[in-house]
Design a protein. Sequence first.
Length: 376
Amino acid sequence: MNVTVAKYRIAWLRGDGIGKDVMDAARVVLDALELDAEYVPGEVGWEYWRTEGDALPDRTVELLKSTDCCLFGAITSKPKQEAERELAPELQGKGLVYFSPIVHIRQLLDLHTNMRPCKAYAGNPLNYRDDIDLVVFRENTEGLYSGVEFYPLPDEVRDALLKNHPKMARFAGVPADEIAISCRIFTQHGCRRIVRQAFEYAKRFGRPSVTVVEKPNVIRETSGMMIREARDIAGEYPEIELWETNVDAMAMWLVKNPQDYSVLVASNMFGDIISDLCAQIVGGLGFASSANIGDDYALFEPTHGSAPKYAGQYKVNPTAMLLTVRLMLDWLGEGALAERLENAIAAVIAEGKARTYDMGGASSTLEVAEEIAGRL
Ligand code: NAI
Ligand code: MG
C-alpha cells in the first residue's frame, strides 16, 4: 500500500464566531495553492470553557505539540464573573478560572515574537494613505502581560516593596482591597530576542530603519533595559538605523507621518497598542494579520477577535486571515507560494469588485476568498 505523508502537519484551530468563517476562507486559498499539508482540526474556545471548564483542553495542547505550526481563527473571551456564570451547571462553584487560550498558548510554547505587518495595498478605500508599509515586532511573553498581579495586595508584598523602594511610602496606608499591582517584567534575554528579530527582518528585507518604541524617560528600569539592549544589538547592523521614539509621541507620529517608519519594535503592551493603531491606518481589523513566532513553532492568527454579532454570517473580510496564511507560508519556507498569495490579494483589492461590507461592498467572506483563489 502506498501511504503518502503530507509535507506539513498544520493544527487547524477555528475557535469561535467569525474565527470559523475566516478559517473556511483560508482553506479555499490553501486548497487552490495545493500546499502539501495535512490540516488537523483542534478544539479551542468558549464552547469548551462552558462544557469542560477549559477553553484550551489538554488534547489540543498535545495536538499543537505534534504539528509544525498552527493556523488559528479567533476566540471569544469574557470577564471573570460572566465566564463563571456561563459554565455548565455541574461545573459551577468548583473554582474554575477562565484564562485566554491564546495568551496561554503564547506562554506555553514560548512564542516570544509577535509580528504584525501593516501595509497599505493600492486601491483599498480604507487606507489612510497609500505609501504605508510598517511591520511591528511586539514582545509576546513578558512585560505588563506577564500576569504577575496582586489584588488584594498581600501584606508581605507591600512590606517588601516598602522596605526596598522609597516611592512606595505614599501607598503605605492604602487598604489591601483598595490597591492593585500589575508587574511590568522585562528580562534582558526577552529584550534582546525581540530586538534581534526586528533587525534580522530589516536586514532580510532591506529595510532602512528599526524604531524602538518605549518610554525610558519615565519607566526607567524596564524601558531603559529595552533601549540599552537595542543600542547594543543595533551595533551589529551598521546598515540599519536605530531610531528611538517614546510611545506617546509614536502614536502621534504614526498618525502624522506613518510613511516615514518601517520596522517598529516594542514590549508587550506598547506593541499591542501601537500595532492596533498601525492596523487602522491600512484598513482596520479586516486587514490585520499576525504571527506568533517561537524558536521552533509558530501560530498564525488574524488580529481581530470573534466578532460575535457577525458569527456564521460569512460577512466579514477574510483579507486579514488570508494575509495571515501568507505569513504562515513564508515561515514554512514556501516563499514563492506566499508571494503568489500576496499578489493575488493585492490584485483583488486593486480591482475593487469583490469587497466585503467594511470596504463598502456586498460580497461574502467566501466570495472574496474564491476571487483571490481564482487568481492563483
Ligand atoms: P472583534 O475584533 O471581534 O470585533 C470588533 C469589530 O471589528 C467587529 O464587530 C467588526 O465590526 C469589526 N471586525 C472584526 N473583524 C473583522 C473582519 N475580519 N472584517 C470586517 N470587520 C471586522 O473585537 P471585540 O468585539 O472587541 O471582541 C469580540 C470577542 O473577540 C471578545 O470575546 C474578545 O475577547 C475576543 N477577541 C479575541 C481575540 C483573539 O482571538 N485573539 C482578539 C480580540 C478579541
Ligand atoms: Mg490588541
